[in-house]
Design a binder for this molecule. Structure first.
Ligand code: C2E
Ligand code: SIN
Ligand code: SIN
Ligand code: FE
Ligand code: FE
Length: 347
């Protein structure tokens, strides 16, 4: 069922809520997640409760919920509203309460709280034990997936930082472009899946520069034809290298390949133009150019934010997607405090 398919915590909680509704005829259900940092139980995605119950926090020992933790078994109460041990009894829309603690080995995960009018019987307690046992399995799986994803993101960041160190790009370039790209992606309403591809592609966009010799990469002046040809190979080289990273989405690879296409078709490697350029690459390109302009490079000093902003406007419809530039500029203007004053060298 839904529990077996749940791959992240929101999906697990949604499945628990709907199974509580179906199996236990819940009027209300809430998963109280254990937060080790504060040693408390925190309400997550309550079902049937008022919005105010969200983020409700029970410090260790508080309420019927913690009693069930101490008992380490399902606890049933026939009239929560009359029970002086209940702390949120005014929020309930039923008399009977069922509290099912959930442990992964000895680690407390949380407590499922179910409210309805008719009293719960031993049969309901049995159902709750089965439901929470399956939920524990689902949560353990979601935690494993999360930790793999965290690990992957750490590796991508490390690769990006290693590149940055060699390029003598301003420290933090990788994280800055990643954060910029995510902010613009969100402003454009991208889905979580596309945002993740945007983030991964942004970390790795210049991976292909590892094959550029120092003499070219760090050359203080303009590149000759031969050097420029080599430099332009970095987007395809990056895509080829990144193919070996397991689990990288096709959209992230596409971003790496196309991050130097230009709106007017004069970019590389494929000379795509306009909306034929994949959207993630168009979004990323605006962020990359902005950050390249405002950072010092071996071949150019840093521009002022003002100068970079006017250059982006000038590039709208030439090198860059005009709609993305517009969103980018309103983002910059909405966060004036975000931009450290870069010494102006050239407007
Ligand atoms: P990068 O330094 O990360 O720059 C990324 C992109 O930002 C550039 O892609 C370009 O679109 C934009 N950009 C950077 N600086 C300027 C600038 O002063 N004016 C304008 N209008 N745009 C700028 P592009 O041109 O495809 O270059 C790709 C990479 O090639 C650059 O990455 C850099 O590593 C290298 N490169 C480009 N021009 C030179 C150069 O004159 N000398 C050297 N040594 N390397 C260069
Ligand atoms: C609790 O007491 O732990 C919460 C349940 C309630 O007050 O209804
Ligand atoms: C771009 O490459 O997309 C615009 C910046 C430039 O003219 O180099
Ligand atoms: Fe690049
Ligand atoms: Fe870059």
């Amino acid at each position: 069922g839904a529990l077996r398919d749940a791959r992240d915590m929101p999906a697990v909680i949604a499945a628990m809520n709907s199974m509580s509704h179906v199996l236990l005829e819940a009027r209300q259900a809430v998963y109280m997640r254990y937060d080790p940092g504060t040693d408390s139980l925190i309400a997550s995605s309550p079902y049937g409760f008022a919005e105010t119950v969200r983020d409700v926090r029970l410090a260790r020992g508080q309420g019927l919920t913690w009693l069930a933790v101490t008992a380490r078994d399902v606890m049933r109460v026939n009239d929560v509203r009359q029970d002086p041990r209940a702390v949120y009894r005014h929020e309930t829309r039923g008399r009977a309460g069922l509290f099912a603690p959930m442990f992964s080995d000895d680690r407390l995960l949380g407590v499922l709280v179910v409210i309805r009018d008719p009293p719960f019987g031993e049969h309901d307690a049995q159902l709750a034990r089965t439901l929470t046992a399956q939920s524990v399995t689902a949560i353990e799986r979601a935690e494993r997936i999360q930790s793999i994803q965290d690990g992957r993101e750490g590796i991508l960041l490390a690769l990006g930082r290693a590149l940055e160190a060699r390029d003598f790009e301003t420290h933090g370039h990788t994280e800055r472009v990643v954060n910029l790209a995510l902010a613009i992606g969100r402003a454009l309403g991208l889905s979580d899946v596309h945002l993740a591809a945007l983030r991964d592609g942004a970390y790795l966009h210049d991976l292909g520069k590892v094959q550029i010799p120092d003499a070219v990469l760090l050359k203080p002046g303009p590149l000759d034809d031969q050097e420029w040809k080599l430099m332009r190979s970095h987007s395809v080289a990056g895509e080829d290298l990144a193919r070996h990273i397991p689990g990288l989405s096709p959209q992230a690879l596409t971003l790496i390949r196309h991050h130097h296409e230009r709106w007017d078709g004069s970019g590389y490697p494929d000379g795509l133009s306009g909306s034929a350029i994949p959207l993630l690459a168009r979004i990323f390109s605006v962020c990359d150019v902005f950050d390249a302009l405002t950072s010092a490079r071996p071949y150019k000093p840093a521009w002022s934010v003002q100068g970079a902003v006017s250059e982006l406007s000038r590039q709208a419809g030439r090198g860059l997607d005009p709609e993305v530039v517009e969103v980018f500029l309103s983002h910059v203007h909405s966060q004036p405090g975000n931009w450290p004053e870069v010494p102006a060298s050239r407007p």
